[in-house]
Ligand binder design. Structure first.
Ligand SMILES: Cc1cc2nc3c(=O)[nH]c(=O)nc-3n(C[C@H](O)[C@H](O)[C@H](O)COP(=O)(O)O)c2cc1C
Length: 259
C-alpha cells in the first residue's frame, strides 16, 4: 500500500476474527516500531508480545474492563524506559521524550498492521500497577500502551476530522493560510468545493432562465388561445350571417308565392 493510503486507512479496530496472526506479520510490526525516531536515538522502549489467553483476559480486566481486548489474537504491551532518557536529558527526557518516543513507535506499529491487512487499536486506559503485576515488569519501566492486533471483524467508519483550515496556522499562532486546501495540496477538497460552487452558480443562472422561458411559453399559449377564440367568433358570425340570408331568401320566396 502507498504510505498515505495506509495512514488514511488505519482505524481503531475493536472486533477481531478468531484467526491467528502469522508470526512473520507480528515481526514486521515490531520492526516498524524499532525504526521509529527517538530522542538521541535512545530507543528507550520494550515490547511484550502476549498471546496467552489467560494473560490477555487479565490485561483486558486491567484496561478498565474493556473486555473486547481479550478477543484480540495478539496484544503488545509497549513499555518506556524513562531512566534512559532521564540520564541524557533530565526531567524533560523522563517525562516527555520517553512518552513521545513510544508514541512514535506505537503509530508505526499501527501503520504496519494496517499495511498487512490487520486491525489494531492503541489502548492507554489501564491501571498501571495492575498491568505491571500481570506482565511482571521491573520497577524502572513504565507501560505506555496496550496494542491489540488481529484480523478485523468490523470496518469502522472514519471518524470526523477537523478541517485543515482550523488546525493550521502559518508563521505565527492564529495566522491563517488564505486557501489551505490549495496551499497544502488538498486537491480533492478544492475540486469538491469547485463542483459545489459550479452547481450553485448553475442553479442561480438557471432559475431566471427557466422563469423567462415559462413566461414566454405562457405568452405564446395566450396568443394561440386568443387566435382560436377569434376564429371561433368569426365562424359563429359567419354562420349567423348565412342563416340570416337564407331566412330572408325563404321570406322573399313566400312573399312571391302569395302574389
Ligand atoms: C493515547 C490514546 C489512548 C487511547 N486509548 C484507548 C482506549 O483505552 N480504548 C479504546 O478503545 N481506544 C483507545 N484509543 C483509540 C481512540 O479512541 C481512537 O484512535 C480515536 O477514537 C480515533 O479513531 P481512529 O483510531 O479509528 O482514527 C486511544 C488512542 C490514543 C491515541
Amino acid at each position: 500500500m502507498e504510505t498515505f493510503e495506509v495512514i488514511e486507512k488505519r482505524r481503531s479496530v475493536r472486533k477481531y476474527l478468531d484467526v491467528p496472526v502469522e508470526w512473520e506479520k507480528v515481526g514486521n510490526i515490531l520492526r516498524a516500531a524499532q525504526y521509529a525516531p527517538s530522542a538521541g536515538n535512545l530507543q528507550d522502549w520494550k515490547f511484550v508480545v502476549v498471546t496467552d489467553k489467560d494473560t490477555k483476559k487479565k490485561i483486558a480486566n486491567a484496561a478498565m474492563q474493556q473486555s473486547w481486548i481479550e478477543e484480540a489474537p495478539v496484544i503488545i504491551v509497549v513499555y518506556s524506559e524513562p531512566y534512559k532518557t532521564k540520564r541524557f536529558y533530565g526531567e524533560i527526557g523522563e517525562k516527555i521524550y520517553s512518552v513521545q518516543n513510544c508514541a512514535a513507535a506505537i503509530e508505526n506499529m499501527l501503520l504496519a498492521a494496517t499495511d498487512q491487512d490487520l486491525g489494531s487499536c492503541w489502548i492507554s486506559a489501564f491501571d498501571e500497577s495492575m498491568l505491571c503485576t500481570i506482565i511482571n515488569s521491573p520497577k524502572n519501566v513504565k507501560p505506555q500502551a496496550i496494542v491489540t492486533i488481529g484480523y478485523p471483524d468490523e470496518a469502522p467508519i472514519t471518524p470526523t476530522k477537523y478541517h485543515l483550515y482550523d488546525l493550521t496556522f502559518i508563521n505565527a499562532w492564529g495566522s491563517r493560510i488564505v486557501n489551505p486546501d490549495l496551499v497544502l495540496d488538498n486537491w480533492s477538497d478544492v475540486i469538491l468545493k469547485k463542483i459545489d460552487e459550479a452547481k450553485e452558480a448553475a442553479q442561480k443562472e438557471a432559475t431566471p432562465l427557466v422563469r423567462r422561458l415559462f413566461e414566454k411559453g405562457k405568452e405564446h399559449a395566450k396568443k394561440i388561445h386568443e387566435t382560436i377564440k377569434k376564429k371561433a367568433e368569426e365562424q359563429k358570425e359567419r354562420k349567423k350571417k348565412q342563416q340570416k340570408s337564407s331566412e330572408e331568401e325563404v321570406l322573399e320566396s313566400t312573399e312571391e308565392a302569395e302574389y
